[in-house]
Design a protein around this ligand. Structure first.
Ligand SMILES: [Zn+2]
Length: 169
């Protein structure tokens, strides 16, 4: 799996432009969800790896997303799509990497076949974290500067004859 910063950066590029910050947070949750469901158990119980590989599969993420969306009565449909979209983005990045042994089991429980595009090793994105963070910082600076320029342009220019009572003395 790419690291969580890399997953976050990919999610950031897609969801940053969405107006509602709560919806953005839900998309991030969806993008982290496959690893949140599986990694703690891999780390705590590595000897159970053969039994827990199913936790990092699209079907498990889909079930988790649908269950989680049930907690959001007001916008359940939108939350479902945001969670599932975030999880789909996660798997899209995972699909690109390469493994020494089996990759992820995309079709579990229908098949134990695994496949991947093999474009990079899992540690490759780790070396590029600085680039993702720099990219996010630059985008935020550009957005802040554009907002500031927009605010300056919208303020009406002072007209002649407009003076405060203090100026009139
Ligand atoms: Zn993953």
């Amino acid at each position: 799996m790419p690291d969580l910063v890399t997953h976050a950066f990919a999610a950031y590029l897609i969801i940053r432009w969405w107006q509602n910050p709560a919806h953005r947070a839900v998309f991030y949750l969806g993008t982290f969800l496959p690893d949140l469901l599986s990694r703690p158990i891999y780390i705590l119980f590595p000897q159970l790896n053969l039994y827990t590989v199913a936790l990092h599969t699209p079907i498990t993420a889909l079930i988790a997303c649908l269950l989680l969306a049930e907690f959001f009565a007001a916008e359940r449909g939108k939350i479902r799509w945001l969670l599932c979209g975030g999880a789909a983005l996660h798997y899209f990045l995972d699909l690109m990497q390469r493994h020494l042994d089996n990759g992820y089991f995309w079709g579990f429980p229908l098949t134990w076949k695994s496949g991947e595009l093999g474009w990079f090793w899992p540690e490759t994105p780790l070396r590029l974290i600085w680039l993702w963070l720099l990219g996010m910082a630059m985008i935020e600076v550009i957005i802040a500067l554009r907002r500031r320029q927009g605010r300056v342009r919208r303020e009406p220019a002072p007209q002649q004859g407009d003076s405060s009572p203090a100026d009139r003395g």
